[in-house]
Design a protein around this ligand. Structure first.
Ligand code: ADP
Ligand code: TRP
Length: 329
């Protein structure tokens, strides 16, 4: 499992809302590129989403939306094992075994927990043990490379600590994963210039209605420079968004219109809109096509869950033997 020519990438995507451009450039697109480099396990972390989503219908809706999004964006279900976390409930059993070697202090130090509490989220047990479940997600499948954003780095350290403690306490059966921190990915600005995020209501949804998308792009916050004057190019959300989907020559031509003056923000936004629509046209078509075939989406997730489950069964077998809960027959 530890050999470097065996790369098993694993990452979880929380279904907590409608995916936006930030999610695409920051997480989806890089993960899709990794499919070519090794074995990919990508799952919809619905158990984790339940730390904030307490509405069954809404959870189902978000899970479906996230599934459609990944498939539309190019996840290849032949290459990647794509599944819903709760379809392999064995992860909960492993969570328990891991929790027997997890010090309280380690979880108390987790910044994500402290942040959530500080933001007024109720201090539930699920929120507190979130990192143990995340460790189980990874360890159940012997993933050795976990692509995540900077904010998940501490959770990966916790995972490694827990795995080492388990291996020392019981028996050496768990693979120690390496994080692959995606630092170089673009930080996508939202409509208000802050980081695009569901929590700030400043997102451009990847697959919302065309009308709504246009309205949102036309609503990007700009300053009040008159049409004829040159416009600032530093920290321009318009230019930063344009850069995500254009060649450097195109970016230069777009930026030149800012410096020259004579082109209004309305016009510049229309150009951006066109560019974005072009970049996502094919994905939107695929999205519509999958949206019309919910049975196919279900089948893909089911097949993924079966592949995941057979891996999980092997790991749990070894883990149960290590801890002393293996059924005798
Ligand atoms: P949100 O902030 O909208 O709740 P999440 O925290 O669910 O988004 O993020 C899911 C993934 O998308 C993470 O890997 C995160 O790093 C990435 N991501 C979210 N927003 C952005 C952004 N504005 N720019 C780049 N990556 C982002
Ligand atoms: N905690 C991750 C997030 O908030 C989602 C996640 C759950 C995850 N389980 C995982 C990521 C396992 C990587 C590996 O984005």
């Amino acid at each position: 499992y530890l050999s470097l020519d065996f790369m098993r990438f694993l990452t979880g995507i929380k279904p907590t809302g409608f995916p936006h451009l930030g999610n695409y450039f920051g997480a989806i697109e890089p993960a899709i590129r990794l499919q070519a480099e090794g074995e990919a396990f990508y799952f919809i972390a619905d158990y984790h989403a339940m730390t904030t989503v307490h509405d069954a219908k809404l959870l189902e809706e978000y899970v479906h939306e996230v599934a459609l999004t990944w498939l539309a964006c190019g996840l290849d279900p032949e290459r990647a094992v794509f599944y819903r976390q709760s379809s392999v409930p064995e992860v909960q059993e492993l969570t328990w075994y891991l929790s027997t070697v997890t010090p309280m202090g380690m979880l108390e130090r987790c910044v994500s927990y402290k942040d959530a509490i500080a933001k007024g989220q109720p201090a539930t047990h699920a929120l507190f043990t979130y990192p143990v479940l995340m460790a189980a997600d990874i360890l159940l499948y012997h993933a050795n490379v976990v692509p995540v954003g900077q904010d998940q780095k501490q959770h990966l350290e916790v995972t490694r600590d827990i795995a080492n403690k388990f291996n020392d306490t019981y028996k050496k059966v768990l693979t120690i994963p390496e994080p692959r921190i995606q630092e170089h990915v673009a930080k996508v600005p939202g409509l208000d210039g802050q980081k695009m995020s569901k929590s700030y209501d400043n997102t451009l949804q990847l697959f919302g209605s065309a009308k709504q998308f246009k309205k949102r792009v036309m609503g990007i916050k700009t300053d009040s420079t008159p049409v004829e004057d040159p416009k600032p190019t530093e920290d321009s959300s318009l230019i930063d968004l344009y850069k995500l989907v254009a060649t450097s020559e195109e970016v230069d031509a777009y930026t030149a219109q800012f410096t020259a003056g004579g082109v209004g923000y309305g016009d510049l936004k229309k150009q951006l809109l066109e560019k974005l629509n072009g970049a996502f046209a094919e994905m939107r078509e695929r999205y519509e096509s999958f949206a019309q075939r919910p049975d196919d989406v279900r089948d893909i997730l089911k097949a993924g869950a079966e592949r995941a489950q057979s891996e999980a069964a092997k790991t749990l077998d070894a883990v149960r033997a290590a801890v002393g809960t293996k059924p005798q027959d």
